[in-house]
Write a protein that binds this ligand. Structure first.
Ligand SMILES: Cc1cc2nc3c(=O)[nH]c(=O)nc-3n(C[C@H](O)[C@H](O)[C@H](O)COP(=O)(O)OP(=O)(O)OC[C@H]3O[C@@H](n4cnc5c(N)ncnc54)[C@H](O)[C@@H]3O)c2cc1C
Length: 472
C-alpha cells in the first residue's frame, strides 16, 4: 500500500496554462502537473500518514529554477512547500494545492579533500554525503538513517553518531547559498549575512531556500568500532540505570543510544527472541580501535546480553545499519523530549509504557548527545538546547489506518507521562504536525531573535509550510 489514491480528484490548476508554458520554457528542471511524470514521486514522502496534492510541482535542477519557482509562487499568491529528502515527520515537504519546490534532483556532493570541505546540493541524502566523503576517509556529522535529506536535517540542527566528537551538523556548516523570498540569491556565513547564517543553523526552512551547503569535514574511519548489544527487556531497569552512570563519564569518542522495542528478525539474533521485547544499546567509538575495545568494555559488560555484535564496521555501513527498520511507506507519529539525565522515575515510566507497546514496529529511543555539541553556547546558533544529554523519540510506526488512534494515543500518553522529567525544549525535526503550538518552547530564549530575523528576510511569511516562526 502506498499513500497514493489515483481515484482522488486532482487539485485545481495552480496557474493559467500560458504561465505554465512560460515556466516550462524557462526551467532547466521540470514543472509537473497532477498525473504527469514526476508529480507523484515528488509528493510522496517518507511518512505515509501524509497524502497531499500540490497544484504544481517544480523539480529544480539549480538555483535559477528555484528563483523562477518562487517568482511564480509570489505572483500567483500560492501556498509554497519545499522538499529536500522528504523525511520530515510533519510532512512539511508537501502542500495541498499551491506549489511544491522539489529539490531532490540537486544531489551533488563535491569534496575538496585538501581543505576538508564538502559542497552539497539540497537534494542529497545522508548516504550520498557519506559515500562521497568516505572515499577520502572524511565525514560530516549527520543523522543515523542514510535516506534522510541533508537539507532538512541540517536546517533543524542535525545529530547522530559523530555529534559528541565533532558537534552537530550545523556546527560544521561553513556557508549556505540561499534564495530569499524576494528572489535574491545570497551567501550566508560568519562574515556574510551573519544574522541569516545564525538563523539557518536550527531555524528550519523559515528564511529562504538553501541551494548549496558548505560543510567542514573530519577524518573518520573508514572502519569504526560499532554495533549492537541486545538485552532482555526484563533487565532494562538495571541496565539503563548503570548505562546512564557510565555515560556520565564517557569520552567524546563514545556514543551509545538506547532503543526499546520488540526484537526484529535480525539474522544475528537467536530466533526465539524475534518478536520479544528487548533493550538495544547501539554504540560507536570514533577513535583508535584498540582504545575503543577498552573504552566500550564497561558498557558491553553490563548484564547478560542475548547478543553482542560490536566490532569494526565500515562507517558507511554503520550509517545505514538502521535503514531496513526505517524504510518509507509506513504510517508514523513521533513525540520528543530533551532530558539532562535519566532519573529512576523516568526510567520506570518509560519501562511501563514500553510494556504496552502498540505494535511490533513501535519503539522508544534515547539518543545519547552532549560532548562537542554541549560546548557551543546556546545563543551561538538558533538551535538552543546544548545541555541535553539524551533526546528521546517516541517512534510510533504501524501499517493500517485503523490503528491510528491506538498508536497516536500511546505516544501522546507516554509524552505526557515523562514531561515532568524533561528540559522543556524540543528538537523541531522530531515534531509532528500537531505541535505548531510548541515552537516557541522549542526555541526558548532564541525565539525572539528568530522572529526578528524572519521579519527582515521573509516579512510576508512566504516560507510558512514548516515549523513556522511568524515574523516579529
Ligand atoms: C527515519 C528517520 C531518521 C531520522 N534520523 C535523524 C537523526 O538521526 N538525526 C537528526 O538530526 N534527525 C533525524 N531525522 C529527522 C530529520 O532531520 C528531519 O526529518 C528532516 O526534516 C529531514 O530532512 P529532509 O530534507 O529529508 O526533509 P524534508 O521533509 O524534505 O524537509 C523538511 C523541511 O525542511 C525545509 N527544507 C528542506 N530543504 C530545504 C532547503 N533546501 N531550503 C530551505 N528549507 C528546506 C522545508 O521547510 C521542509 O519542509 C530522521 C528522520 C527520519 C524520517
Amino acid at each position: 500500500m502506498t499513500n497514493l489514491d489515483i481515484a482522488s480528484p486532482a487539485p485545481p490548476a495552480a496557474i493559467p496554462p500560458q504561465d505554465l508554458e512560460a515556466l516550462r520554457q524557462t526551467l532547466r528542471g521540470a514543472a509537473c502537473m497532477p498525473r504527469e511524470a514526476g508529480y507523484d514521486e515528488a509528493r510522496t514522502i517518507w511518512n505515509a500518514m501524509i497524502d497531499r496534492r500540490p497544484g504544481l510541482v517544480v523539480r529544480c535542477e539549480g538555483a535559477a529554477d528555484v528563483i523562477c519557482a518562487l517568482e511564480v509562487a509570489r505572483r500567483h499568491g500560492l501556498v509554497l512547500a519545499v522538499r529536500g529528502g522528504g523525511h520530515n515527520i510533519a510532512g512539511s515537504a508537501v502542500c495541498d494545492g499551491g506549489l511544491q519546490i522539489d529539490l531532490s534532483p540537486m544531489r551533488w556532493v563535491r569534496v575538496d579533500r585538501e581543505n576538508r570541505i564538502a559542497h552539497v546540493g539540497p537534494g542529497a541524502t545522508l548516504g550520498d554525503v557519506d559515500r562521497e566523503t568516505q572515499a577520502f576517509g572524511l565525514a560530516v556529522p549527520t543523522g543515523i538513517n542514510s535516506t534522510t535529506g541533508i537539507a532538512g536535517l541540517t536546517l533543524g540542527g542535525g545529530f547522530g553518531w559523530l555529534t559528541r566528537k565533532y558537534g552537530m551538523t550545523i556546527d560544521n556548516l561553513i556557508s549556505a547559498d540561499v534564495v530569499l523570498s524576494d528572489g535574491r540569491l545570497v551567501r550566508a556565513s560568519e562574515s556574510e549575512n551573519p544574522d541569516l547564517f545564525w538563523a539557518l543553523r536550527g531555524g528550519g526552512g523559515n528564511f529562504g531556500v538553501v541551494t548549496n551547503f558548505e560543510f567542514r569535514l573530519h577524518p573518520v574511519g573508514p572502519q569504526v568500532l560499532s554495533g549492537l548489544v541486545v538485552h532482555p527487556f526484563e533487565d532494562a531497569r538495571d541496565i539503563l540505570t548503570r548505562y546512564q552512570h557510565l555515560l556520565d563519564e564517557a569520552p567524546d569518542e563514545l556514543t551509545c543510544w538506547a532503543v526499546m522495542r520488540q526484537a526484529p528478525p535480525l539474522p544475528f539474533l537467536p530466533e526465539e527472541w524475534h518478536g520479544r521485547k528487548v533493550l538495544i544499546l547501539a554504540m560507536i567509538w570514533t577513535g583508535d580501535m584498540e582504545e575503543g575495545e577498552k573504552a566500550t568494555a564497561a558498557l558491553r559488560g553490563l548484564g547478560t546480553p542475548i547478543v553482542d555484535v560490536v566490532s569494526p564496521h565500515p562507517f558507511v555501513g554503520w550509517q545505514a545499519a538502521f535503514d531496513p527498520l526505517l524504510a518509507p511507506g509506513a504510517r508514523n507519529y513521533w513525540k520528543t523530549h530533551d532530558f539532562a539525565q535519566l532519573d529512576a522515575a523516568l526510567i520506570d515510566t518509560l519501562i511501563e509504557a514500553v510494556g504496552r507497546l502498540p505494535g511490533p514496529e513501535c519503539e522508544v529511543f534515547l539518543a545519547h548527545v552532549g560532548g562537542a555539541m554541549s560546548r557551543v553556547a546556546p545563543d551561538a546558533t538558533a538551535y538552543p538546547q546544548r545541555q541535553a544529554h539524551f533526546v528521546m523519540n517516541v517512534h510510533t510506526r504501524w501499517r493500517e489506518p485503523s490503528e491510528d488512534s491506538a498508536c497516536i494515543g500511546w505516544a501522546r500518553d507516554l509524552f505526557q507521562a515523562v514531561a515532568p522529567h524533561a528540559l522543556g525544549s524540543a528538537y523541531v525535526n522530531f515534531m509532528p504536525e500537531d505541535e505548531a503550538g510548541r515552537i516557541r518552547e522549542a526555541y526558548g530564549p532564541n525565539y525572539r531573535r528568530l522572529a526578528e530575523i524572519k521579519r527582515a528576510y521573509d516579512p510576508d511569511n512566504l516560507f510558512r509550510t514548516n515549523q513556522n516562526i511568524a515574523p516579529a
